[in-house]
Structures are given as structure tokens and as C-alpha cells.
Design a protein around this ligand. Structure first.
Ligand SMILES: Nc1nc2c(ncn2[C@@H]2O[C@H](COP(=O)(O)OP(=O)(O)OP(=O)(O)O)[C@@H](O)[C@H]2O)c(=O)[nH]1
Ligand SMILES: [Mg+2]
Length: 698
């Protein structure tokens, strides 16, 4: 639409299972974009159409759908809410001009909701709040507003109050017009009526609060309000819109997405209060060459710029989904990818409507557009006009917190699995694919166990590659705790020419995180110059192979201080071997130990579970760092060995009946306790023995 004042690009935001997708379905039906209501429960949802989503009944990947309401074009964005998939949501938030944030009467907002609210604050995203599931949840509106204020640390103002509760929830009072809106079934339509007598007094109270909050947006209104003058509904709406668009007011509406109750008034509110692309502030980027800051207003006449925030592997090929930030763009254009310094030719452009694609010929600021088969454009890239280039700052990357090794079900799939994994990674930047340096296993890392499991399912469905997940691997390391000297000497006579290399090495521990340092202190040519790098190569290779249990040694200084050579028999190889032997001899005398990775864990649980959780963390050898109250939740911070918390998700779920959430990230390495060291060494020896037995059998 070229009148971008009549566009709304709106995201649904809330914790997992809040009812976002159900509400999205109701909005589509309410606006007549669909003819029947889709449900996540029976797999008929327009948004959750991927097989993995249908099977689990949760949203795993952001979906889109356009609709029209009262001569406005709305692009609805339905992202995931569960913690394992929030990276996708964070990217999708780049495309939102406003959001409907879902709350509910039952209080207890989960950490996911808090995180999303925090991100929306960072992005200065205007929001309205919709309390959903009113047909089911117990609780009162004032209590819910209080809880949200406490947890999200801001004030909320009701612009509706419910009529009836739970099964009897049958309408709302519009506090702006002071009319009752009675629900007319799942289409979301309402019939206007007088405010029921018995509710008048309560409604007057709410309206008073509303007018007070809104009047503060406008000095004239405030003066009039303080002097006891009348404020019209139209004036209230204008000031309210201003308050929402500038991020100072969060109006609250009530409904039940699943039943379609109250969705047409919500569509009105989206149009009335959430910003159009033109209402949004200019975006900032930097010039790719000069790095100077550049501002771009969301103006169709400005130079074109856009941000690719998602890549979808659709049946018709790879789609890059972008949000237009400034200017306009037509299909078949050539655009400049300023992130990678290359040109891309566009084919057709589309709007995504669930899994369907609707052709679009020209796109304006605020539009969310998919384009097929770009050569080398990836999620996060900036596309722009080559004559006015700029690059937008990258979206903060989420760190992987869990790794699994993949065991192939059939041999020879190696190649295929790597290409397939890289394609999945294109769609899901939160995935990491790597190699275990010791046994060459493929390692898959992500945001949690569920994230990895879903990825393995997709691998099978999309690319026919079957793998088993092996117990998560802990990246142990080795180091030394003492100083030592040792000789490494190779002297061999093989037929004709001999091999000779002789080194004297001193090793000493370095502080954690220092890595490996090699120092050459050879004086007077005890070892000729050209063989010093050979010694270093041999030393480093030996350190990488490990000493106790095959884990790389780190935080160690190796000093080569003496040695001898033979004019004929010395060679590069001989000195590599001598260096390797020397450092191994030295390690043996320098009290080697195993280091284990320690994670920083942040667990959020309702108060009543605090004892169970801290006790459990203790049993996992965790060290409590702090416990703080936040709303009804307690935030526990602890340092816990990685080996003890790898599969924390299911345990936390069962200890808190699904109400706890957590976040873990790598902190540092520490010396592993003795009993564990012995166990790790045992396991390594056993694995090596099995490996050799296999090799013999073949
Ligand atoms: N009674 C009632 N149940 C609801 C309502 N909205 C959603 N539900 C139920 O809550 C569950 C989760 O709903 P979804 O719409 O999938 O929630 P979501 O926020 O999209 O979940 P994720 O995308 O996985 O984070 C489903 O079982 C819905 O049927 C509602 O208004 N009333
Ligand atoms: Mg959903």
C-alpha cells in the first residue's frame, strides 16, 4: 500500500503457550481473511503449519499473514514464545512496528515474557496488551494489572473491563466510549449496548484512571481534566494513540483468542493505537566504507533499505524474508547487499500468508516481503540501494547452551548430513554445527534439548538423514599444576641414515584462559634455528592430544632451553618427535589435572519451589551466587559444572510443573574434583580400548 499511514505491521508477543497463535487465528477470522478458525490443538492452524509444530502443538518458527480491517492493511507476525526458539522471535521483532503483548488473569508471567518485554523496550516497540483466555482463567483485572506492573516494571491502563468471568465471560465495557460490547460468537463481532447498571460505578472508577493516565499525554487535556471539564471520546483516542506510539502508555484489552471473543475491538485498537510505519522513528545504520552514521526515515521516497530477518526453506526454494526500512522496491530489481558487498537480482516478491505466497509488485516501508533464490544473502543482512549504501547493526546472537554429538544411522551419510545441517542453519542462526576435535564426531549445539530434537526431526523429514543423539559431550581440558623439566631425545639408526633430535624443556602453569605459550631460550646454537619451529610443532601436537584422558592441555608455558643435534642425522621430523617426547615427560612430573567447564546458570521459579531448586543445585555441585525476588518469581544465580546441568530442562520442568525457566552460559574452567578425574580417565581408556577392538575386527 503506498499510503503507508494505513499499514500496520504487528507482532504477537508472549511466553510459550500464552495463546498467540490462537489469537492470530481469531484475528484472521474476525477480519474475514479466513473463513474458518484454525486451531493449534488439532493441527488446523494457518500459522503453525510445519509438521514439527503440528506434532508438538507449539510454534517453532515465525509465521505471517496479512489481513485488511477498516481500510487498513495489517501484516500479522506470529513468532514462537518458548525459550528454545526465542532467537527466531528476536529476529522477527526487527520487522514489527508495534506489538500486541498477551497477558492473562492468572498472573505469574514467565521469564520468557519478561525477556520479550525487555527486548521490546530496547527496540522502543509500541505495545498494546491483550489479556487472553478470559473464558478460562480465574482472577481479577486489578490483580492482573498489578502483577504485570510488578514484573514488567511499568504501568498499564485498562481501556476495557470484562463483563462476566470464565464460562460466563460475555462482553467488555469500552471505557473510552462507556458502552458495553457484547460478544456475538467466534467471528469476534460485538453488539453495542448500555453499560449494565450494576457495573456502572466500577466502570466509572476505571474510566477515571484511564482519563488521568491519558490526560498526562497532553497539557491542554490535563488542564481541562484538572478543572473538571469534559473530555470527549475522540480526544481521548487521539491522546491515547500519541501515548502508545511514543511508548509511554500500554492500554489493556480483554478477550479470549481461542473463542474469538473480543477480537474485532482488538482489530480496532490495532488500527487506532499502534503506529504505522510512518510513525516510527528513523533507523540508523553505518556507511559500509566510511563507517559514518546514517539515519533513514521510513519514507517511501528515501533511498531503499531493508533488513533480512528470516530465511525460509519453502517447497519452492529458499526464501529470504525482509522488512523494508526506507524507500520502495519493485520485483525484478537489482539490490545491493551491503553486508557482503555483492549485488542480488530479485525475482518475484511475495507476501507470506501462512504457507501460501501472494505476489506483490511493489513494497514500501513496513512491508514484510519474501523473495526467492537470492545468491548469497543471509539472515541479518542489509539490502539497500547501491548508490546510498548503509549497513544495519547485526541482531545480537544468542549463545548456544547445549551440544550433542550426532551418531549416523548409516555410513557414508557424512557429506549429506553436513550440507543438510548447513541448510538448516541458514533457516535457524541459533544452531551451531561443529566437530569434536578428538574423535571427529559432528557436534550440534543450540538453545536447549528441545531445539536440538526438533532439528534432528527436520533433518529426517526434509533431507532423509537419520541420526541418533549421543549424550551431550562435555569439553573437558587438561592442564598442569606444577613446574617440571624434562629431556626429549630421539636416537635411531635405521639401516642407512639415522634420526637424531635432543631437547630440554621446562614447563610451568599459566593463569586460567591463557592458552599455550611456547618460548625459545636456545643460546649458542645448541639446536640449529631451523629446527626450533619443528620442536614447537611437536610440542603443540602433543598438548592437543592430551595426557591424562585425551583432552587438550591449556594454560601452560613450554620453554625450550637446551638440546643437541647431529650434523647428518638431525631432521625436522626428528625434532618434532623429540619435542613431543620432551613435553610428555615433563607433564608427567608436573602434576597434570583435568579441567571442567563451569556454567553460569540463572533459574527463575515461583517462590514455593525455591527450596527444591537450591537443594537440587547443591547436589549438582552448584555454588549459589544470589537469590533475588522479581514479582512472584525468585531468580537464583549459581555457578554449576557443565556436566551436572546438561539435561537440566526436563528435571526443572518436573520439579516446578513446567513453571520454572532457566538460562545457562559458559563461565570458566575449574579443576575437576579427584573422583571425577578418575572417572573421566577410566571412561577414556575404555573408549580407546573399544575403538582399538573395532579397528582389529575390521
Ligand atoms: N480456554 C482458552 N484456551 C486458550 C486460549 N487461547 C489459547 N488457548 C489454549 O492454549 C494453548 C496454547 O495456545 P497457542 O495459541 O498455541 O499458544 P501460543 O502462544 O501460540 O504458543 P507458542 O507459540 O507455542 O508459544 C492451546 O491449547 C490453546 O487451545 C483462550 O483464549 N482460551
Ligand atoms: Mg504459537
Amino acid at each position: 500500500m503506498d499510503d503507508i499511514g494505513r499499514m500496520r505491521t504487528v507482532g504477537l508477543l508472549a511466553e510459550g503457550g500464552a495463546g498467540k497463535t490462537s489469537l492470530g487465528e481469531a484475528l484472521l477470522l474476525g477480519a474475514g481473511a479466513t473463513s474458518r478458525m484454525g486451531h493449534t490443538e488439532d493441527g488446523s492452524s494457518t500459522f503453525d503449519f510445519e509438521p514439527e509444530e503440528v506434532r508438538r502443538k507449539i510454534t517453532l518458527s515465525t509465521a505471517f499473514h496479512s489481513l485488511s480491517w477498516k481500510r487498513h492493511d495489517i501484516m500479522l507476525i506470529d513468532p514462537p514464545g518458548y525459550a528454545n526458539f526465542l532467537s527466531d522471535t528476536r529476529y522477527a521483532m526487527e520487522a514489527m512496528n508495534g506489538a500486541v503483548f498477551l497477558g492473562h488473569l492468572a498472573g505469574h508471567l514467565k521469564v520468557e515474557s519478561e525477556r520479550l518485554w525487555g527486548w521490546a523496550n530496547e527496540l522502543k516497540l509500541p505495545r498494546i496488551v491483550y489479556l487472553t483466555r478470559m473464558d478460562r482463567e480465574e482472577g481479577t483485572l486489578p490483580a492482573a494489572l498489578d502483577e504485570m506492573s510488578k514484573v514488567l516494571e511499568t504501568k498499564f491502563v485498562a481501556i476495557q473491563m470484562p463483563i462476566g468471568a470464565q464460562a460466563n465471560f460475555r462482553g467488555v465495557i469500552d471505557l473510552i466510549t462507556m458502552r458495553a460490547l457484547l460478544f456475538q460468537g467466534e467471528s469476534g463481532a460485538v453488539r453495542e449496548d448500555d453499560v449494565p447498571m450494576e457495573m456502572q460505578a466500577e466502570a466509572d472508577d476505571y474510566r477515571e484512571k484511564l482519563v488521568e493516565a491519558v490526560a498526562e499525554m497532553d497539557d491542554d487535556l490535563l488542564a481541562r481534566y484538572l478543572e473538571g471539564g469534559e473530555i470527549t471520546a475522540a480526544e481521548l483516542k487521539t491522546a491515547l494513540r500519541h501515548g502508545v506510539v511514543t511508548g509511554r502508555l500500554y492500554p489493556v484489552l480483554c478477550g479470549a483468542g481461542l473463542r474469538g471473543l473480543g477480537t474485532q475491538p482488538l482489530l480496532d485498537a490495532i488500527v487506532d493505537y499502534l503506529p504505522s510505519p510512518a510513525d516510527r522513528p528513523a533507523v540508523t545504520g553505518t556507511h559500509p566504507k566510511t563507517h559514518e552514521q546514517i539515519e533513514r526515515a521510513p519514507d517511501p521516497n528515501a533511498p531503499f533499505s531493508a533488513r533480512v530477518f528470516k530465511t525460509v526453506d519453502s517447497p519452492t526454494g529458499r526464501l529470504s524474508v525482509f522488512t523494508v526500512c526506507s524507500g520502495k522496491i519493485t520485483s525484478d530489481s537489482v539490490v545491493y547487499n551491503s553486508t557482503r558487498d555483492l549485488k542480488e537480482r530479485f525475482g518475484h516478491m511475495f507476501h507470506l500468508d501462512g504457507k501460501k505466497q501472494q505476489p506483490v509488485t511493489v513494497a514500501y516501508p513496513g512491508d514484510v516481503i519474501a523473495v526467492a533464490k537470492l545468491k548469497d544473502t543471509h539472515t541479518g543482512d542489509t539490502l539497500c540501494d547501491e548508490k546510498s549504501p548503509l549497513v544495519f547493526a547485526p541482531v545480537p546472537k544468542s549463545e548456544a547452551v547445549i551440544s550433542f554429538a550426532l551418531a549416523l544411522k548409516s555410513r557414508g551419510d557424512e557429506e549429506k548430513i553436513m550440507t543438510s545441517l548447513h541448510r538448516l542453519q541458514e533457516e535457524d542462526p541459533a544452531l551451531e554445527v561443529g566437530r569434536d576435535t578428538q574423535n571427529n564426531d559432528i557436534l550440534l549445539s543450540g538453545a536447549g534439548q528441545l531445539h536440538i530434537e526438533v532439528t534432528v526431526e527436520k533433518l529426517k523429514r526434509k533431507y532423509g538423514v537419520e541420526v541418533d543423539l549421543k549424550a551431550p559431550k562435555v569439553p573437558y581440558r587438561e592442564t598442569i599444576t606444577g613446574k617440571a623439566d624434562a629431556q626429549g631425545r630421539l636416537k635411531k639408526q635405521t639401516g642407512g641414515r639415522g634420526q637424531f633430535g635432543d631437547t630440554w624443556l621446562r614447563i610451568e602453569p599459566l593463569p586460567r584462559g591463557a592458552g599455550v605459550e611456547f618460548v625459545d631460550e636456545i643460546k649458542g646454537g645448541a639446536i640449529p634455528r631451523q629446527y626450533i619451529p619443528s620442536v614447537e610443532k611437536g610440542v603443540r601436537a602433543a598438548l592437543l592430544k592430551g595426557f591424562l584422558a585425551g583432552y587438550p592441555l591449556q594454560d601452560i608455558r613450554v620453554v625450550l632451553y637446551d638440546g643437541s643435534y647431529h650434523d647428518v642425522d638431525s631432521s625436522d621430523l626428528a625434532f618434532q618427535i623429540a619435542g613431543s617426547l620432551g613435553v610428555q615427560n615433563a607433564i608427567e612430573k608436573a602434576r597434570p589435572v583435568i579441567l571442567e567447564p563451569i556454567m553460569k546458570a540463572e533459574v527463575s521459579v515461583p517462590e514455593e519451589h525455591i527450596g527444591d531448586i537450591t537443594g537440587d543445585l547443591n547436589r549438582r555441585r552448584g555454588r549459589l551466587l544470589s537469590v533475588d525476588a522479581k514479582g512472584h518469581s525468585q531468580i537464583i544465580k549459581a555457578a554449576v559444572p557443565m556436566s551436572e546441568i546438561l539435561t537440566y530442562a526436563p528435571d526443572l520442568r518436573s520439579m516446578t510443573s513446567g513453571r520454572g525457566t532457566f538460562h545457562i552460559e559458559f563461565s570458566h574452567y575449574e579443576e575437576a574434583p579427584h573422583h571425577l578425574t578418575d572417572k573421566i580417565i577410566q571412561e577414556t581408556k575404555q573408549a580407546q580400548a573399544e575403538h582399538q577392538a573395532h579397528a582389529h575386527a575390521r
